[in-house]
Design a protein around this ligand. Structure first.
Ligand code: ASP
Length: 588
């Protein structure tokens, strides 16, 4: 037996027993005639003691143990003189009587402790060492627990876990596909699934009724902050359901996860907000509702009521009221102005107004407005003495709202209102069916082309498609979209119409989606579903800033696996077999 106990389980009650432990040497230190070493495994850390007076040889060997040596020790569990209340095993130590070095280790490139000296790049290059750190390992453990609870919940609701293929054809969902060349079919390519969307719909046609899968999805996007080219979804689909059925099943799952993994009982139904309200009040389809500070539209109050040309020419003027923040100094306000002017945000400037102790308003545009107008501004904003009003305006209402959204989030952060231990969940519903793409110069599906339009909006499909709302819903927690889905179209005629509006010729629709439209001819049940982002859920529960930290082997921001050094070139033989040639650039 390599071990009789793990490094995390010994307690005072074990004192006097003889045990064998195996693990990694975290560190050693010499104090007088004693050598102390910490031995670590997945379960914890235990202190080892080697005493020259008991066994000088053994102690000498312990002095030569390097960091991350793999060792096995036998010894007696002893009550510690100076206990460490910060460690679960802090009441005991092992007086070692036998030491075996199972494997030596090269000095690791960073210290393997919760607070490491290793920078991001180094930690990713040696991720297998990084994973030895408790701080990272705990996220992986939480991830495991979450998938177990997901399975338990969905199984209890009659869902079947069904695998769908990874090598498929293209499933356009708005992103680029990763493609895999086929050796047996020269010149042809598989695509890796962006999601199993069409396959899960086919499973409904197949009568599987309730499907789920914890599945890798692949999207070849330019990596924005906190995206991974491959990520994991809890993908689900149900037959004979309405939007209400899906929302209640998956709200139930969210509640189950909160209870089992965070000990939080969420009793109330999650609030619902229409997409239109979310955009109007928060400038985002995933509002962070841990705090208020909703937008107030100020067109009536500030457009044409003074000499300020910026407002007079604006298509949208909106403000937020930061409670009690009139104390912001000129310097802080300049910094906020710089913040909104950053290219990623793109506002032209920021107007502010402080409500003074006497209730009067002092603003950066005082000279353009009468005290009455400023009084109306205060009233419209619901501001009181001591409050700070921040205002943005612009020629494009949607863009300006998005800028104001960034400002609101920044103020929320500065005011400490975005507490990681507070969870604010909601459903955003009634998404628009289509959005206009400047790049493609056509309407695109907001969710995906299989989403069902709201019944009452179907007549608008021809006359005013931009006004059509969809039976689509997202679950949002703390400003993060943790899941989303829709009721699907099951009528082949409506599906064909949708492709037409999206600019597909009947031939192209047939070529890309013929398999689905064909299947719909054979009795497709009404169905719908949703996918939760597993990485996002784990990060949220673990309080992580990045989903990278809950993925065992993540990619970096350029989509590289720096540990495996992938992607990489392949040799000529492989290229030949695949019937591929690499185009050389002109410099070469
Ligand atoms: N396939 C969708 C997605 O990946 C989710 C769904 O509609 O079920 O976002």
């Amino acid at each position: 037996m390599y071990r009789t106990k793990t490094c995390g389980e010994l307690r005072l009650a074990d004192a006097g027993t003889t045990v064998t432990l195996a693990g990694w040497v975290q560190r050693t230190r010499k104090m007088g005639g004693m050598t102390f070493a910490d031995i670590r495994d997945r379960y914890g850390i235990t202190q080892l003691v080697f005493n020259t007076e008991i066994d000088a040889d053994l102690c000498e060997r312990a002095n030569h143990l390097g960091r991350e040596y793999v060792i096995q020790v036998e010894g007696r569990v002893n009550e510690r003189e100076s206990k460490n209340p910060n460690m679960p095993t802090g009441d005991i130590e092992i007086i070692v009587s036998r030491l075996t070095v199972l494997n030596a280790s090269t000095l690791p490139p960073f210290t393997i402790e919760d607070n490491t000296d290793g920078g991001d790049d180094l930690r990713m290059k040696y991720r297998y060492l990084d994973l030895r750190r408790g701080a990272v390992r705990r996220n992986i453990e939480l991830r495991h627990k979450m998938t177990m609870e997901v399975r338990r919940y969905l199984d209890s609701k009659g869902f079947l876990e069904i695998e769908t293929p990874m090598l498929i054809g293209s499933t356009p969902e708005g992103a680029r596909d990763f493609v895999v060349p086929s050796r047996m079919n020269p010149g042809q390519f598989y695509a890796l699934p962006q999601s199993p969307q069409t396959l899960k719909q086919l499973l409904m046609v197949a009568g599987m009724d309730r499907y789920f899968q914890i599945v890798k999805c692949f999207r070849d996007e330019d990596l924005r902050a906190d995206r991974q080219p491959e990520f994991t979804q809890i993908d689900c689909e149900m037959s004979f359901v309405t939007q209400e059925d899906i929302i209640s099943t998956f709200e139930g799952m969210a509640k189950h996860l909160f209870k089992e993994l965070r000990g939080i009982e969420l009793k109330e139904d999650f609030p619902r907000m229409t997409w239109a309200d979310a955009m109007r009040l928060y400038g985002s389809d995933k509002p962070d509702t841990r705090f208020g500070m909703e937008f107030v539209e100020l067109m009536d109050v500030l457009k044409g009521t003074g000499e300020f040309s910026v407002f007079n020419e604006a298509a949208y003027i909106g403000g937020i009221c930061a409670k009690g923040q009139a104390v912001y100094t000129r310097k802080q306000l300049d910094q906020l102005t710089e913040f909104v002017k950053r290219p990623q945000i793109g506002a032209k400037g920021l107007v502010y107004a402080r409500v003074q102790e006497d209730g009067s308003v002092k603003s950066s545009v005082d000279k353009f407005y009468s005290p009455e107008v400023l009084g109306k501004l205060k009233e419209a904003m619901g501001a009181e003495a001591g409050d700070l009003i921040l205002i943005l305006s612009g020629a494009d209402a949607m863009k300006t709202r998005k800028q104001l959204c960034e400002l609101r989030l920044e103020m929320g952060a500065q005011m400490g209102l975005r507490d990681k231990n507070k969870f604010s969940l909601l459903w955003v519903v009634d998404f628009p069916m289509f959005e206009w793409s400047d790049e493609e110069q056509r309407l695109m599906a907001t969710h995906h082309p299989f989403t069902h339009p709201k019944d009452e909006d179907i007549p608008l499909l021809d006359s005013d498609p931009a006004a059509v709302r969809a039976d689509a819903y997202d679950m949002v927690c703390n400003g993060v979209e943790v899941g989303g889905g829709s009721i699907r179209i099951h009528d082949p005629k409506l599906q064909a119409k949708m492709f037409e509006i999206l600019g597909f010729t009947p031939e192209k629709a047939q070529q890309q989606f013929g398999f689905l439209m064909n299947a719909f001819k054979y009795g497709a049940p009404p169905h719908g579903g949703l996918a939760y982002g597993l990485d996002r859920w784990v990060s949220l529960f673990a309080g992580l800033d990045s989903i990278r930290d809950c993925i065992a082997f993540p990619k970096n921001n350029s989509g590289r696996d720096v540990m495996l050094d992938a992607p990489s070139t392949i040799d000529d033989k492989q290229l030949d077999e695949l019937n591929l040639t690499i185009r050389k650039s002109s410099e070469e």
